[in-house]
Structure formats: C-alpha cells, structure tokens
Design a binder for this molecule. Structure first.
Ligand SMILES: [Zn+2]
Length: 475
C-alpha cells in the first residue's frame, strides 16, 4: 500500500503597520541598514516594550478573515535563543494564549472544495537580517528586527504539493484583501516553512521534517515533492525518518540537513514580565469584523447573484482584489458586466499571466478609457480588431483618449458601402482565379475576399458589410 503525504504549513506574514510592534521605530523596508533602530528593538538593558495596538488589530483582522476564534485573553512569551539577528537573545512571541485559535480556509481541489483547518495565528516580532558580503564576512541589519509578524499555523490537513500551493495562493489572496500586509515573498513580507511526513492509510502520522528557506510558492511546491520522494525512498528501504529541520536549496533542487529538530521546551519559553496580558472586549472584536472588506468567497457569490456570471468566472474575477476592484470600477462606468467579464477573463488575464514573475498584480488600464472603448465597440464605431489595437496601446500606457487613437491610428470602422464597394471592385478585378473558384461553387473563396478587404483597409472595414457587398459583386 502506498504512503500518504501529510503536510502542514507555518506561514509568516509581516504586518504593514507604520511602526514596529514594541517600539516607535518605523516599520519600513530601507536599503540603508540600521536606520530604524532604538534601544527597545535592539534590547538595550532597561528599555521596556510597549505593544502596538495596530498590530493587535491586524492580527485579529487576519483571524476573523480566516474564521478563527479570537481570544479575549492573550499573553506574550519570550522564546529564548541566541543568534546574531536577535540582539535581545529572545524573541517576543505567543505560546500559551495566542490571539487567534482554530480557523480554516477552504481551497479548490480537483475533487472539489476542501477545508484546511488552522491551528492558530499568533503575533510575534521579526528578527533582523544577516547580510553575507561577497567580499567575505557577515553584517547584520536590525531595520527588520521587531517588525510585527503573524504566524499562521495549519493543521496537517494538506495531502499533496498541489494542495499546499493552492492553499498558499488562497491564503495570500485573503490576507491581501484584508490589507494588513502586501505579502511579497521577494521582500520577505510573506515566508513559509513546510512540515512533511508520510504514513500508510489508517496509521498514525510518521516522523516529520521541517523545511525552511522557501523563497517562492514554486519553491515550496518543489520542496514538498522532493521531500515526499526522499522520505518514501528511505521508508521503502526499511529506514527511519530523522526529525530535523532541513534547508531547501532551490538552485540544486535538493534539501539538506540544517539541524536536528529542537522541541519547544528547548527554547525555554517563559512569560514576558514586561508586557501585560491583552484583554479584548466583544465590542472591539465586533468593530474589527465590521471593518473587514468583502472577502473573495462572498464577493464571488455577489457576482453570481447580481451580475449573473458563471461560478467559474466569478471565482477567477475575485481571486485577486486588484482584478475584482478593476472589474467593479468598470461595471460602475458601463453597466454590462458580461462584456467586461469576457475581456477581463481573456485579454487581461492573458496579459497578467505573461507577467507572472511580478508578485504584484497591476492593471495599467484606466477603467474610464477602457469602458469608453467598449462602448465604441458596442456601437459598431470600431470593430474587434480596432478594439484589440486600442487595448494593446492602453496596456503599454498610451494616454490618448479612444477618440484620439481612432483618429490618429485610422481605426474607425468603414461601414460606408460606397467607399468599400470601390475597394472591393479592385480586389475582384485583381483576383480572377478566386472569382472563378467561387463561381465553380467554392464558397470558401468568400473568406479570401474578406481577408483581402480587411488587409486593404488595415482592418477597419466592417466584416458584416464586406460580406454582404462581396456576395452581391460576385453574383
Ligand atoms: Zn525601535
């Protein structure tokens, strides 16, 4: 009997608060090292932490968006370990009473929707960053130290690398909707570790390994595939899995032992005596719930009910907030959701996919100019070809109005029969063989004449008018 792959994730999300979690230093990325530091975030003796309210609010918002139970009572602990990126030699984190408990996220799988349960979400501080210089030596930058970070821990409910990838994408979408983080893996504002173990159906979970250093979702996917295969080979040979932390090397496509797994008690967690427990009122939690934006699932249902869009379209349109916001802005200007949806689902999605290396979705179209173009198309003032030309121009950042573009690029649709008739007469005269073909019963020759007419008018002829005229001329 084959093994089942059991996967759990720990996702770290840096919150985009203005200041750090226990001091007033700016919580922003800077290319100049060590400019956002103070005695508090570098752990100087006697400096006392003061909790950032916004960080608590954002953690609760994440918890509510992910259906967690929000703790009315919550505490902070010190997680002790020594490393140069942590000048205090302990990280302030939450162990006993995290802010959010339980929760879930439903993901789409080939077998239908699947609920992935969460264990918890807690608030902690980020560590500094080590910079390994090319000339040798290592430097440390404490700008990132003490920026608020939430850790989202799943239950081991994921069963394949594909499910893990889908979960990460869906989680990123939900978090970005809440606006508490920009979730950029490149800048490290979203990071994840994966736990993998194997077991046979019906048996308890096997020994797990934890994998770190996953720089992208793609790397996480590859790492899970690799690790499951590695463990399967060891077990099939009668070997045992060592509980350990492994480091993924994406260039080599392999993972390597980093350290054998420490248990929580090795960190000697103890309550932080400088930070009072947090007590949250029901009203406070409710006010954060009221402030949450409409999340992807709810928004998709609205699109189905209100705009009568197919479920698939509604889900694609709402998967990313940027796309859904663009769609909404267009519908407000041009009340034809189906036409707008068709363009977004095809041309815009294709453009976004071409640029999928970019972590942020950006639609460089103004809803105003884009919907003006759609209206001209609907009024048959331009044809589909011209619309695509205008779309391409806008995507490249052309600032001209549709009217200007039509004028300057000669895109106006030629529907005037007399103007087209002269052009068509010329084409018929120049192609006696095609005329013979047509008269011999090859009706496909029509397509040839239409093609020639489009070419002669640089795509501006109305295909419907050309079709009618050419038949008349040939018969
Ligand atoms: Zn500070």
């Amino acid at each position: 009997m084959d093994y089942i792959t059991v996967i759990g994730l720990e996702v770290h999300v840096e919150l985009n608060t203005a200041s750090k979690v226990f001091c007033g230093c700016k919580a922003e990325f800077s290319s100049e090292p060590n400019i956002h530091c103070c005695p508090r975030c570098t752990g100087m003796p006697g400096a006392l932490p003061a909790l950032n309210r916004k960080a608590v609010e954002y953690t609760v918002a994440a918890g509510l968006a992910l259906h967690c139970n929000i703790s009315r009572f919550s505490t902070f602990e010190r997680k002790n370990y020594f490393y140069p990126d942590l000048p205090k030699a302990y990280q302030i984190s939450q162990l006993e009473y995290p802010l959010c408990v339980g929760g879930y996220l439903d993901i789409k799988t080939e077998a239908g929707d699947k609920r992935i349960n969460l264990n918890r979400i807690h608030l902690e501080e980020d560590a500094g960053k080590l910079v390994h210089a090319a000339s040798g030596g290592t430097y440390v930058d404490y700008n990132r130290g003490s920026i608020p970070l939430i850790e989202i821990v799943t239950e081991p409910d994921l069963r394949s690398a594909d499910e893990a990838l889908t979960f990460l994408e869906s989680l990123k979408s939900v978090i970005k909707y809440t606006g508490i983080s920009d979730c950029r893996m490149e800048q490290g504002t979203l990071r994840c570790d994966v736990n993998v173990s194997l077991c046979r159906p019906g048996e308890p979970y096997g020994t797990r390994t934890e994998m770190k250093n996953l720089a992208s979702f793609k790397a996480a996917h590859r790492a899970v595939m690799y690790e499951a295969k590695r463990q399967r080979e060891i077990l099939s040979d009668g070997g045992q899995i060592t509980q350990e932390t492994r480091r993924w090397d994406d260039v080599k496509g392999k993972s390597f032992t980093m350290r054998t797994k420490e248990d929580a008690q090795d960190y000697r967690y103890f309550p932080d005596p400088d930070i009072l427990p947090i007590k949250l009122s029901g009203e406070y939690i409710e006010s954060i719930r009221q402030g949450l934006p409409m999340l992807p699932g709810v928004r998709a249902r609205l699109y189905i009910d209100k705009y009568k869009l197919p479920k698939y379209d509604a889900e694609v349109l709402t998967a990313d907030k940027e796309v859904a916001d663009f769609f909404d802005a267009c519908v407000r200007l041009y009340d034809n959701p189906k036409i707008i949806s068709n363009w977004v689902m095809t041309d815009i999605m294709r453009k976004l996919k071409e640029n999928k290396e970019a972590e942020d979705i950006f639609i460089p179209l103004s809803p105003d100019a884009f919907t003006q173009m759609l209206k001209l198309l609907a009024a048959e003032e331009i044809n589909q070809n011209a619309a695509k030309t205008i779309f391409e121009a806008y995507w490249k950042g052309d600032g001209r109005s549709p009217a200007q573009l039509i004028e300057e690029l000669g895109l106006a649709q030629i529907s005037d029969s007399s103007a087209l008739e002269d052009i068509l007469k010329g084409i018929v005269a120049a192609n006696p063989n095609a005329v013979k073909d047509y008269r011999a019963g090859n009706t496909k020759a029509i397509a040839y004449f239409v093609g020639q007419a489009m070419k002669a008018t640089k795509g501006a002829a109305s295909p419907a008018v050309v079709n009618g005229l050419i038949k008349k001329l040939l018969e």
